[in-house]
Design a protein around this ligand. Sequence first.
Ligand SMILES: Cc1ncc(COP(=O)(O)O)c(C=O)c1O
Length: 388
Amino acid sequence: MDEGLHTIVAHDQVDTKHYGAVTIPIYQNSLFAFEDHESFDHAMKDVLAATVYSRGNNPTVQYLERKIAELESAEQARCFASGMAAIAGSLHALLRSGDHVICVDQAYGPTRQFLDELSNRYRVEVTYVDGCLLSDFEAAMRPNTRLIYLESPTSGLFQLQDLEGVAALAKRTSALTMIDGSWATPCFQRPLAWGIDLVLHSMTKYFSGHSDCLGGVVAGRADLIDEIANKGYMLLGGVMTSHTASLMIRGLRTLPLRMERHHRNGLIVAEYLEKHPLVNRVNHPGLPSHPQHALARKQLDGYGSLFSFETQVPVALLKKWADALRYFRIGVSWGGFESLVTVGSTPAGRNSTGNNPSVARLYIGLEDPQTLIDDIEQAFREIGQKTS
Ligand SMILES: Cc1ncc(COP(=O)(O)O)c(C=O)c1O
């Protein structure tokens, strides 16, 4: 990780406007009043920049947006009420009827659902591709391709896309590229440096880090962020509140520190599982056994701690195993301090062995990794499975 990121999140100039307060106050107000009508008229001419109404700009939220833009080396960023608000708002703003979108088929489910809605209602054409090979995108390109939507790694099978290759391909036809980078955060992946136009995150995950608030952000070129702000932020209204921004700023202060530990903890547990007799395969891009490990090493500086493993233990029994875990909670989402587990079936045709449907998705939190390994062992014993 670039050590400079620790400084970005920790350092501010002395804020003389707020009596030297070391953290930005919460501006809890919906509107901002003006001394005279002339200055009001002036502000209304540029509502994207001016502080007029909090469903536009709010100083606490703007502080957070500037910090994220700096972390992403982006010209601008916009924070939304949730990751989905950032995704839906951005897609809504950038796509028109008749446009074609290429999206990775393992993208977050509601993202796909939103694209399908755009397709059914507004004649936006969508092609889903596997995305592991650059040729998947080349083959799907059309003259009306407006956007290539990536999620790298994906959050079920942890497949990667070649960011540099896809960005170069899109630039040949002026298509835009957008990536959901929630898994890696700017600590471990800087998509704009590879030529991707827009990066978005569910801030509910690692940015918040404490499982206590929802948020989303999109960052990139100023003209694109302005277009999104105009047509997908102000009009749809899914904005971040100043209270949430304050919680996110608190989370941001320790994001690089926490990511270092998540990286380490996740790898320790993944490496242990890879040697486990009940495990067929571990889907973690940081393991040399991952089919795209070389690409992972090229475009990631570290690894998120969400991964999955496949096993011959039947799904029903694997759910009993999850019940027997003491340090992993059963639940969706990830990115907080606490370890999590969900059990399901590998999507059809996607499992490594061809006949094994059981998969567990683990999120490794900030606990002692040996405690988590011991817990996994005791839970396998509890369901009567031999572990050696
Ligand atoms: C990869 C990914 N992207 C986006 C989202 C949506 O974020 P939010 O729940 O903040 O709307 C999620 C939520 O689980 C996710 O896992």
